[in-house]
Design a protein around this ligand. Structure first.
Ligand code: MFK
Ligand code: FAD
Length: 495
């Protein structure tokens, strides 16, 4: 009978259904900006629901395929991607998912607006959020270098709204000896050519979205005797095209594609660089500092991805609770189940507001409108945003079934705490920001919390919690800044 069937949980227009997002935009954006942004997001929400989400599922069902040789025994190293994946690239350009942040037609609000579009896109992107993150990071690095003439064309491609022109970028940092310890683990060598360009020799162990048009990567420049400086100070940043105009690889061999737990829609390859032609784009020995602009942007995309997955799971879970009957009543009428959902909802909301704060500050920093305090806060908040993986228990056994699409969300979310810096590495980056600023970052954070507490203290139910937090902050502010305090902050953050 009909009662034996589960009813499918669904989401509609993710923008219209996201009341917190809408109220955030309403309270923060200037009215004129809100009006335009609202119209675009409503349209985008419909496009996601009706056209883009089915493509996302196609990407999951048709992961990339690697062919090393052609039928005649020629080495071709070709990565075949499905048509839905290639369509995602076109859609990303049409929607200005990267362009929006760099055109700045809404001044400091452009970055936030872009982040909102990426947030809505993320769970329907079939993994395309990954190349977009690195594309944004590459554009940011080039922009922060002042868009040198030799990189103008690349910048225009990365920030284009024209699907025929739009490029994506990779980010090749990890080698076999070190993903976290890039500074000591990088073995790739750069040899200078008579024309001033370089050729790179080495092995890149993880390169996601290997079908990208270009990449940024690190290598050690060899001197006339072939010797390289070791450690962080020996690393420089390079730009390279992955293929030439005919699609031939730039003296690169693909060893294989990784067989991954998740993010299977996207090709992550192991690559041999066998004299790949590249351009030096940082000062010699300043590679890590130069690529940190990319790291900070892709880390923000990671937060976007995490919050988007949480939101998608919660939306589906809430819908399911309105449809599924257990023990004679709907799940939503079981108080214990609703308590679980409510707890998760609060976590999602907290994470969402943290994300909005980060991109709001980034928008201010990029338009030179950020105060010193806001710049310090931004430096601290980017690595401090811990990623939460929500359980899919609320769907019962159905949550475990591949063709519901729910396990994909879980699998793909698990990588977020590994790539772009593991949790420990991000905790150390929090410490780096505290130490380098000699305590100013912490002071900025404490005073911003203080301000928020002042606002909240009017609410009676919050008073005891507000009081306790205020006391704790008071103690921290009184104590002099030292390394032990930094460690205790890292400890607090991870909780
Ligand atoms: C859905 C979302 C999708 C996202 C897509 C992602 C796809 C996957 C892509 C990847 O996984 S790419 C690989 C990511 N790899 C990492 O995240 C590397 C993790 N390791 C670190 O982050 C290490 O901390 C680091 C390599 C940065 C350590 O290098 P060093 O050279 O030992 O650090 P050091 O000496 O402290 O810093 C060198 C300089 O960089 C310093 O500047 P100064 O020389 O001017 O003093 C630092 O302040 C600066 N720096 C380092 N991290 C920074 C930074 N500056 C600003 N922000 C940061 N985060
Ligand atoms: P390790 O550095 O060996 O870390 C192992 C463990 O040691 C971790 O728990 C870590 O937290 C801990 N640890 C390491 N150092 C410290 C320390 N100082 N203090 C405390 N704990 C520490 N990389 C790219 O460059 N480009 C890509 O496109 C890319 N795509 C990826 C795609 C996927 C699906 C995955 C899984 C990874 C990808 N990576 C990519 C690699 C990723 O960035 C690295 O795996 C990550 O940075 C961790 O490095 P590692 O694997 O060498 O681990």
């Amino acid at each position: 009978t009909e009662a034996l069937f589960h009813e499918q949980p669904e989401t509609g227009n993710q923008y219209l259904e996201d009341t917190l997002l809408r109220s955030y935009l309403k309270t923060h954006l200037p009215p004129k900006v809100l009006e335009e942004v609202h119209q675009d997001l409503e349209r985008f929400g419909n496009r996601l629901h009706t056209k883009i989400q089915p493509l996302s599922w196609e990407c999951e069902l048709n992961p990339p395929v690697f062919r090393q040789y052609d039928a005649w025994g020629q080495r071709v190293d070709h990565i075949y991607t499905c048509s839905a994946w290639r369509r995602m690239k076109e859609i990303s350009a049409e929607e200005g998912l990267i362009a929006e942040a760099y055109e700045r037609r809404y001044s400091n609000w452009s970055r936030l607006y872009q982040a909102v579009k990426l947030y809505l896109f993320s769970s329907s992107s079939g993994g395309f959020s990954c190349p977009l993150a690195m594309t944004d990071g590459a554009a940011k690095v080039i922009e922060s270098l002042g868009i040198p003439g030799s990189l103008r064309s690349a910048f225009d491609h990365l920030t284009s709204r024209d699907p025929q022109k739009f490029w994506t970028s990779g980010q090749w940092m990890t080698e076999r000896r070190g993903g976290s310890d890039v500074a000591n683990g990088t073995e790739t060598v750069a040899r200078k050519q008579p024309d001033g360009s370089y050729r790179l020799y080495g092995f890149k162990w993880f390169t996601s979205a290997a079908d990208s048009d270009m990449t940024l990567t690190l290598a050690r420049i060899a001197d006339a005797e072939g010797q390289c400086t070791q450690g962080s100070r020996g690393l420089s940043l390079f730009f390279l095209r992955v293929r030439d105009e005919e699609g031939k690889l730039n003296s690169i061999q693909v060893q294989r594609l990784k067989d991954k737990l998740g993010t299977r829609q996207m090709a992550t390859a192991e690559l041999w660089l066998q004299g790949a032609r590249a351009e030096l784009i940082s000062e010699e020995g300043r590679g890590v500092a130069a690529i940190s602009n990319m790291l900070n942007i892709t880390r923000i995309h990671n937060v976007i991805g995490a919050v988007a997955s949480m939101r998608r799971m919660m939306s589906l879970s809430r819908d399911y609770a309105r449809k599924r009957v257990a023990f004679g009543k709907l799940l939503k009428d079981h108080p214990l189940h609703m308590q679980t959902i409510a707890r998760m909802e609060v976590q999602v909301r907290g994470a969402f507001l943290l994300l909005m704060e980060i991109v709001r500050l980034l928008g201010l920093a990029e338009t030179n409108l950020a105060s010193k305090q806001e710049q310090l806060l931004l430096r601290l908040l980017v690595p401090a945003s811990a990623v939460a993986v929500e359980a899919m228990e609320s769907f019962g056994g159905q949550g475990y079934m591949e063709d519901t699409g729910l396990p994909v969300i879980l699998r793909d979310t698990l990588v977020l705490s590994i790539w772009e810096g593991t949790t420990n590495i991000l905790s150390l980056d929090v410490l780096r920001s505290l130490v380098k600023s000699q305590g100013q970052v912490m002071a900025a954070f404490l005073s911003s919390v203080q301000k928020k507490l002042e606002l909240a203290s009017g609410t009676e139910e919050l008073s005891p919690a507000v009081q306790r937090t205020r006391e704790a902050i008071g103690r921290l502010q009184q104590s002099s800044f030292n390394g032990t305090r930094c460690s205790s902050w890292r400890f607090l953050y991870r909780r």
